[in-house]
Design a binder for this molecule. Structure first.
Ligand code: CO8
Length: 259
């Protein structure tokens, strides 16, 4: 039944919606959920009819982290053999279309790291972000210690990682972890509207912009500028770029073919 699936998927026009679906466990991210999420993300990334992907949870939790019940008795040998995290947590990095996290309630540990791996984070006022792994004597090992300092700076990241305290939605927005804050009632409308806007643009241009911004995280300015310039030149090899500019000049709406 729908209730037993770790994720639910739906499409609305060119927007795909993925809902994390372990409400009784606060959407704790176990192996089945992360594998299903990875498969769904890659399937939507390949789907020509999809231009943007929204990932959400429920009112109480986006996700309260890795599944502590599953992890509690793992040994060093277990995590090395199974390639914990590497095996199915990093699939989201392969996705070339924009992924928008719509966060209400708790986004803790791996749930916060999942939001950090998304391209845009839209938070309800009820959202709470934190990396409480230190309290369990583990660490934010799904990119948290690396992405959080890049997103909000070293001082704030050290504070969050070492104390395990939570940020509310407004503090998270001020710090740069969150793109927009809305009321809980508006969350899904806002996230779907943002995704629909992006999905209406030329997909090759959108994917190129995402790749350029991600490159800024990972490279020197000179290398990033070089990457950006090559991506810019490549836009001129697309029909959509001519259509976009001629539609502007002709004072009409562009009709993009996504090529
Ligand atoms: N794993 C497993 N079960 C969970 C988790 C979790 N992360 N979070 C909540 N649950 C379960 C609870 O055990 C409880 O189950 P039951 O009803 O059977 O007792 C149910 O969900 C409801 O939770 P609560 O009763 O605790 O609800 P509250 O409203 O009182 O509290 C909180 C909600 C604040 C979210 C609280 O549940 C909590 O603190 N959860 C744990 C948060 C946490 O520590 N997360 C970090 C986990 S470690 C991690 O993510 C990274 C590990 C290393 C990196 C590797 C990749 C991630």
């Amino acid at each position: 039944s729908q209730l037993e699936r770790p994720i639910l998927t739906a499409t609305h026009g060119r927007v795909a919606l993925i809902t994390l679906n372990r409400p009784a466990q606060m959407n704790a991210l176990n192996d089945a959920l992360m594998s299903a999420l990875g498969e769904a993300l890659l399937a939507f990334d390949r789907d020509e009819g999809i231009g943007a992907i929204v990932v959400t949870g429920n009112d109480k939790a986006f996700a309260a982290g890795a599944d502590i019940a599953a992890m509690a008795d793992w040994t060093y040998q277990d995590v090395v053999r199974d390639q914990f995290v590497t095996r199915n947590w990093e699939t989201i990095r392969q996705v070339r279309k924009p992924v928008i996290a719509a966060v209400a309630g708790f986004a803790l540990g791996g749930g916060c790291e999942l939001a950090l791996a998304c391209d845009i984070v839209i938070a309800a006022e009820s959202a709470r972000f934190g990396l409480p792994e230190v309290k369990l004597a583990v660490l934010p090992g799904a990119g948290g210690t690396q992405r959080l300092p890049r997103a909000i700076g070293k001082a704030k990241a050290m504070d969050l990682c070492l104390t395990g305290r939570m940020l509310d939605a407004h503090e998270a927005e001020r710090d740069g972890l969150v793109s927009r804050v809305v009321t809980p009632e508006r969350l899904m409308d806002e996230a779907m509207a943002v995704a629909t806007t992006i999905a209406g643009f030329s997909l090759p241009a959108v994917m190129s912009i995402k790749a350029c911004v991600n490159r800024a995280w990972e490279s020197s300015l000179a290398e990033g500028i070089g990457f950006e310039r090559r991506e810019l030149y490549a836009r001129f090899a697309t029909d959509d770029a001519r259509e976009g500019m001629h539609a502007f000049l002709g004072k009409r709406k562009p009709v993009f073919q996504h090529r």
